[in-house]
Design a protein around this ligand. Structure first.
Ligand code: 6PG
Length: 224
């Protein structure tokens, strides 16, 4: 478990933003393209805002989503809308290179659609993930059948975090990334972090080879 201790949520955002710039530069230098999967929720918002002014060759960036909520396009609670407002509306990425999940069509249709897109990309250069208070990541929740689904993109039902229906990248994609950062901030995450450090394999802990960005509150003031 590679941990980068951060003093607070803003330090988590700063570290993640620097990592994005590094990963983008390396990928574009090596392969002429940067495939970057975004995290949903609220934690990554500040990181995305910090990247509005970043010196990244945006026309060579492809955006992917770790998960999406099955809500209408433009719904305030969609992960892609948060990303649009925080970053994607502010940088010159060609719209065709922003690969949204068609989650408004429902879990099965959207998962099939996204799996076909993902199959054409050998590997994500960088995946950003968050972690819920129950140790979920993307839309992979404890005890949910989606955890055992081997597909690249998986339908999710009965999510304990609204909405009930979602689409998520599966572990097959999450575990293949060249680099993966998990952003964890706030006291509400401390119990899950403690359980993981004591060996409980919560869903987020099944993503291998990640770097954990954990702030003091989430660390329970143990590691920073
Ligand atoms: C979602 C997210 C989810 C999120 C965690 C943490 O759709 O809700 O993809 O996996 O990353 O729940 O959310 P916060 O960053 O808001 O704590």
């Amino acid at each position: 478990m590679i941990i980068h201790p951060c003093v607070d949520a803003d330090a988590v955002a700063q570290f993640a933003a620097t990592a994005v710039i590094e990963a983008a530069g390396a990928a574009i230098a090596a392969r002429g393209v940067f495939h970057w999967a975004l995290a949903g929720g609220t934690t990554p918002k500040r990181c995305y805002e910090l990247l509005r002014e970043a010196d990244i060759d945006w026309p060579k960036v492809h955006i992917w989503f770790g998960d999406e909520r099955c809500l209408p396009v433009g719904d305030a609670e969609r992960n892609d809308l948060m990303a649009d407002k925080a970053l994607l509306n502010h940088v010159p990425i060609p719209p065709m290179q922003i690969h949204r999940m068609d989650a408004e069509l429902g879990p099965e249709v959207a998962a099939k659609q996204y799996e076909a897109l993902l199959a054409a990309v050998p590997v994500m250069d960088l995946i950003l993930l968050g972690m819920g208070e129950d140790g979920h990541t993307a839309s992979l929740f404890p005890g949910n059948p989606a955890l055992e689904d081997q597909r690249l993109a998986v339908p999710v039902y009965n999510s304990p975090k609204p909405p009930l229906e979602r689409v998520s990248m599966g572990y097959a994609v999450l575990n293949a990334a060249r680099r993966c950062l998990i952003m964890v901030a706030g006291a509400g995450k401390a119990d899950a972090i403690s359980r993981i450090q004591n060996g409980t394999r919560l869903p987020v802990a099944r993503v291998q080879g990640c770097e954990w960005l954990i702030d003091r509150e989430a660390a329970g003031n143990r590691i920073v």
